[in-house]
Design a binder for this molecule. Structure first.
Ligand code: SF4
Ligand code: ZN
Length: 312
């Protein structure tokens, strides 16, 4: 089985019907990511990009390719942030790898923890709610809300203008379906590839624009890329991972297997619908104000993170 260049193929890309060798595969991933960044205007001159690094395959690949593209630009700065949610020993291991990788790239690396910020960890919350029926969904809500909060807050405090996330095509397709299933139009409207200037202005510059360079790379290709590049990544998953997102993931994977290209179609449709979803969501959107407790942006008097993590 040969790649079109004549070398031995290592991968069959079903949705394109193409066999690819190691070199052509790596090149295709990097140029796809470059195209995604350019197509959506994810980075401008003068940006400081905070790379969210968890030590897993996706954020490592996103950091590596973003650094490869912009590392040499004089007018773009890069830094790395990791969030320690307090899931032991999983997170300590993954942050060790993120730290080593940031060092290899030669960029400053900052670690912020739930313990330091909220005086509690995800492990401690898990012990409190383990009897509930939907413990995983509840725990991931606690953890996810606080991680997004801390990433945004710390990136802003460090002077970043862009927050680079490792979300791949599978993550985005799952998020689109989940928002649809939950009827969460506000969040669906925020799924755009990069936050528009008008939205940023309306939010008073309090939310750092998130960019997702891997949003058009399927998960298995991101994993293969990390493997072929020999990145030292943590392959285990968070012990609490599960819940409805996994049901949606399995459902989409079954569809993709039978109908290659399904994941691209889900995301492509959502991208096309995004302006309409935003218009509808904005009708019911409340003004962004500052949380009474922490001063971070919130649509309510007390932000969700303070409600969950700082409530007495
Ligand atoms: Fe947090 Fe859930 Fe992710 Fe684990 S799987 S890190 S608990 S959001
Ligand atoms: Zn708050």
């Amino acid at each position: 089985m040969k790649c079109k260049c004549g070398r031995r193929a290592v991968y069959f890309r079903r949705y394109e019907g193409a066999l690819l060798c190691r070199e052509c595969f790596i090149r295709s991933i990097e140029s796809k990511v470059k195209r995604t960044i350019r197509k959506h205007g994810m980075v401008r001159k003068g940006d400081t990009i905070a790379l969210a690094m968890s030590g897993g395959k996706d954020s490592t690949a996103a950091a590596y390719i973003t650094h490869k593209i912009f590392g040499g630009w004089r007018d773009v700065e890069l830094l790395a942030i990791s969030i320690d949610e307090g899931v032991e020993p999983y997170r300590t291991d993954s942050i060790k790898r993120a730290k080593a990788f940031a060092k290899e790239l030669g960029i400053p690396h900052h670690v912020f923890s739930f313990r330091e910020e909220f005086k509690k960890t995800t492990d401690q919350i898990s012990r409190k709610i383990q009897d509930s029926d939907s413990a995983t969904n509840v725990l991931c809500t606690y953890c996810g809300v606080a991680r997004r909060y801390l990433l945004n807050k710390k990136a802003r405090e460090l002077g970043a203008t862009r927050l680079c996330m490792g979300h791949n095509l599978d993550d985005e397709a799952q998020a689109a379906m989940l928002n649809y299933i939950r009827g969460d139009l506000a969040r669906a409207g925020r799924m755009e590839a990069v936050t528009s200037w008008s939205t940023q202005k309306r939010q008073g510059g309090l939310f750092i624009s998130r960019i997702k360079p891997l949003r058009e790379i399927p998960e298995r290709e991101s994993a293969l890329y990390a493997y072929l590049k020999g990145f030292d990544i943590l392959e285990s998953h968070c012990p609490y991972a599960g819940g409805i997102r996994f049901e949606v993931r399995d459902f989409i994977n079954r569809l993709e297997f039978k109908h290659p290209g399904t994941k691209f179609n889900i995301l492509g449709t959502f991208d096309k619908l995004n302006p309409c979803i935003k218009r509808v969501a904005r009708n019911g959107e409340s003004r962004i104000m500052k949380c009474r407790i922490c001063g971070e942006p919130s649509s309510r008097e007390v932000c969700k993170t303070c409600e969950l993590w700082r409530a007495p």
